[in-house]
Structure formats: C-alpha cells, structure tokens
Write a new protein. Structure first.
Length: 495
C-alpha cells in the first residue's frame, strides 16, 4: 500500500477507479443478484453450496451496520461490497506487479486495463459472487510468489490458506488452489512441503460439514454431504452444450470478458445520438492500436525472467477456468478472473509498449463505461418494478411472466420464495392454462406486451409453449422502460 501512496499518479488512478465503481452500481440487477439479496434480507439460504460464504459475508456486514444504527438496502450493500473488494483486487495486483519489477507507468496501465475490463467492472457493480473470491485467490498467488523469492514456509501456508478461502467463497477457485499446489511440489520436489501446503485444505470439508450438520440440520453421512457440496450437479442446473451454440457463446463471452457486446448498444445510439461520439472515438482508438501493432516492431519485447513455474501455474489456472466456462455453456461468469491471469502472463513474458497499453486502457474505459456501466446505472431496461409492485398487491392472482428476474425481484420485495402464483411462460402449456382458467383462476401475463430484444435468453429459448391467440386478452396497465413499453394483460377464455 505504501508503494501506491508514494506515487501521485497511482493514487489518482485508484481514486478515479473507486469513483467509477462506487458511484455507478447497476439498477438492472440479474436474477441471481436478487436471489442472493433475498436470501440475506429474509435470512433464508445463507450458505449456498456453490459459493458457501458469499451470502454470509453480506449478512454479517448488514448486521454490523444495523448494530451501528445504519439500516441499508441489502442489494445495494452487496454491490458496494463487490466494488470495495475489486479495489482490493487491484491493490494486490499492483503489489504482485511490483515484485515482478514492472515499471510504475506500466503498472498503472495494467491496473487500469483490468479495472475497466467489462466482466470485472460489471460484476464489481453488481450483487454477484465472483469478485470477493478473486481477492483471496490473488493473495494466494502473491504469497506463492513471495515463497519462490524467499523460501519461507509461512508464505506457502498463507498461499494455501488464501486459496482455500477463495474456494469457500466460490468453488471455481479450486483450480487456482490446485494449480498452486502442483507448482509447490514441482518447485521443491519434497513431499513434506506438499503436505504443508495441503494442511489448510482441511478447512473446506470442515466448513461444509459444519454447515450440513448445524445449518441444514442433516445427518452427517456421505450422501447428504455430497448432495450439498455438488448441489447444482444433482439438481441439474448446470448447463452444457457442445454444439454450435456452446461454441458461439464461448467465443462471444470470451470477448465480453473484456468488452461489452450487446444489442442495447444499438438502442443507446438510436435513443440518443450522443452515444455515437464515444463509439467513433473507440473505433479511432482501435484503428491506431492496429496501426501501431503492425508498424512498431517493439510493441512486445520479450523479457528475460526466472519465473517459468509461476508463469506455468497461472497459465494452467487460465486454461482450466476457460475450459470449465466452456463446459458450462460458455458461461462468462467463470471467466471473470481471466483479465488478472492474462496480465500476469503478459508482464512476465513481455515488456509492452507503454503507448499501446495506454490506448488499450483508454478504449476499455470509454467503451465499457459508455455502453455498459453508465446505461446500467441511469436506465431501467424493462422497469419491471411496476410489475412486481402489482403482483405484490394481487397475491391471489396468477401471473405468467417473461423475465425470471421479476420473480426473484418479487421474492426480494416480499420474502415469498418460489411463489406458486408466479409462473415462467416457458414452463406452461396451453392445456395447463386452459385448466387454470376453467378453475376460475384470475390470470395475468406480460409476455405479449414485453419489448423484444436479441439476447442469450432469446437465442436459446424455444418457441412459446402457450398460444395466447386462443384466449381473450384485456390490457390492464402499461409501464415504460428503456427498451419500450411493457403491457400487462388479463387472460380469460373466449366465450
């Protein structure tokens, strides 16, 4: 931290990054973000198997603030917490780069490139579970680097310990802990050293056992423990697709790890031509980057180093995260740490032209802020809060909704989890709807009146399972969002 405070340009950079994160939390939260906030707010599901300690952290912070007399919105608290931890991530990265003997200006630019990468900026302003574990994973890498440089066992223990904590915040970081463990054995060739590294790992089964026995109130046996640890696999919520869609989303989300690509960019420019200005600026920057890369021979200069093992470890972690994301239908959420790993790979191997780095950082900042972070903050894309409020006022009515986010937002608002009167349209058939109407159920839907936009959900969705043309429709009310007007209809049988 002292090395950061001594450099005025670095302090200024961190201040700018802090403002751009802390002041621009999204108002278009994901369905998971609403669910996690609901678990904390209603004290329902604090220990989630895939990311055991994530909700507990927010719960503990909210209770601590309440004790001090501050009552804050849990969803907002989760977003701010992620922003703070992302700043901590950048501090750890800066320290690692310092030990890798990267010059001050380059360090600043690498920090900026990582900070302004889309996935990190997006999840750093959202109530998701991917930012906090990166802090501990990076600390594990930092301690391993210190171990390589100083050969003291305490650094090895700390490396494993931080890697284990990362795993307890999200299981994807098992690959990071394992990679450092393999590197530990390769570095010393001593089984005793490997045992020392493995020792902190017993915290993982101990934590899961304690949760299963004392929080879930289950008997301690292999079946209960395994079903809790691998809950998503047993439940069948893990998506895989090795067809063209899987490859398409893997390629698309590889780019989206760094750069926002979404049809709403078209809507933004169409809505306000001022958005064309940053678009043209970014096109110009890309042109100069390509021109500089081809004309300047020393953009990437090979560096001499003695860190081949550190390099191999983090290349392994990069590849395993990337492949696991591909296994999960090109899931961008499992690629969030890739910008950090890519920077570590580049700085060890190359000295990069500083002008090139500055332009990359500038491009990422302008593009991702103007076409992702700022719109996420100032616009409500669908504005389903109006729909949720109406559903809360009519708890005995049946609602067939299009966006899953609205159902989780309803849970966050009311505390009613998995409300039986709210159905997703993909899980309903015309025959089932007819039966519900015959049972004199009062049925409403926003499916027909919801603005259409091309996104992952639309690409992967099958055709509507309900033919609403068979039913009588009466418009109840409408509400405006950024994408257009949404309408709620009351559905009844034709008479």
């Amino acid at each position: 931290m002292n090395s950061i405070l001594k450099n005025k340009s670095t302090v200024l950079l961190f201040v700018v990054i802090a403002v751009l994160y802390l002041c621009f939390p999204t108002q278009n939260s994901s369905l998971d973000a609403y669910a996690y906030a609901g678990y904390v707010k209603h004290n329902f599901f604090l220990f989630t198997p895939h990311h055991l300690f994530s909700n507990v952290l927010i719960y503990a912070l909210s209770k601590a603030l309440e004790y001090l007399g501050f009552y804050v919105d849990v969803l907002w608290l989760g977003k701010i917490t992620n922003s703070v931890f992302q700043l901590l991530n950048l501090v750890v990265l800066y320290k690692i780069l310092s030990y890798l003997k990267v010059d001050k200006v380059s360090k600043n630019m690498y920090v900026a490139i990582v900070a302004f990468s889309f996935s990190l900026w997006r999840y750093g302003t959202e109530n998701e579970t991917y930012i906090v574990p990166i802090t501990f994973s990076l600390l594990g890498s930092f301690q391993f680097l210190l171990y390589q440089l100083k050969l003291r066992d305490r650094y090895l223990l700390l490396s494993s310990f931080f890697g284990v904590i990362a795993c307890l915040f999200h299981q994807i970081h098992f690959f990071g802990w394992l990679g450092l463990g393999v590197g530990c054995y390769q570095y010393t060739k001593k089984f005793k050293t490997l045992l020392l590294y493995i020792l902190p790992a017993f915290l993982v089964p101990l934590s899961y056992i304690l949760v299963v026995v004392f929080y879930e109130n289950q008997d301690l046996n292999f079946n209960n423990l395994s079903h809790f640890v691998f809950h998503d696999f047993y439940k069948g919520t893990v998506q895989t697709d090795f067809g063209w869609k899987g490859f398409f989303f893997q390629a698309l989300n590889t780019i989206r790890t760094y750069i926002q690509i979404h049809p709403n960019i078209y809507y933004l420019i169409q809505r306000n031509w001022l958005y064309a200005v940053p678009f043209m600026i970014c096109v110009l920057i890309i042109f100069t980057l390509i021109k500089r890369a081809f004309k300047k021979e020393n953009v990437f200069i090979k560096r001499e180093h003695s860190l081949s093992l550190f390099l191999k470890i983090h290349l392994y972690i990069f590849i395993t995260n990337y492949l696991f994301a591909f296994y999960n239908y090109g899931n961008v959420e499992f690629m969030v740490m890739l910008p950090f790993l890519l920077v570590l790979f580049v700085v060890i191997q190359y000295k990069v032209d500083i002008t090139f780095l500055k332009r990359v950082a500038l491009f990422l900042c302008i593009w991702n802020f103007c076409f992702a972070i700022l719109p996420n903050r100032i616009y409500s894309y669908y504005n389903d809060t109006a729909l949720v409020d109406y559903m809360a006022l009519h708890p005995k009515s049946l609602f067939i909704i299009k966006n899953h986010e609205a159902k989780n937002q309803y849970y966050y608002k009311t505390g009613i989890n998995d409300a039986s009167n709210i159905l997703l349209y993909r899980k309903l058939t015309s025959e089932k709807l007819i039966q519900l109407l015959k049972d004199e159920k009062e049925v409403y839907t926003d499916v027909l009146g919801k603005p259409e936009i091309l996104n992952k959900e639309k690409i992967t969705a099958s055709n509507l399972t309900v033919n609403f043309e068979e039913f009588k429709k009466e418009e109840v009310f409408s509400y405006e969002g950024f994408y257009g007007t949404s309408k709620l209809y009351k559905i009844s049988l034709e008479k």
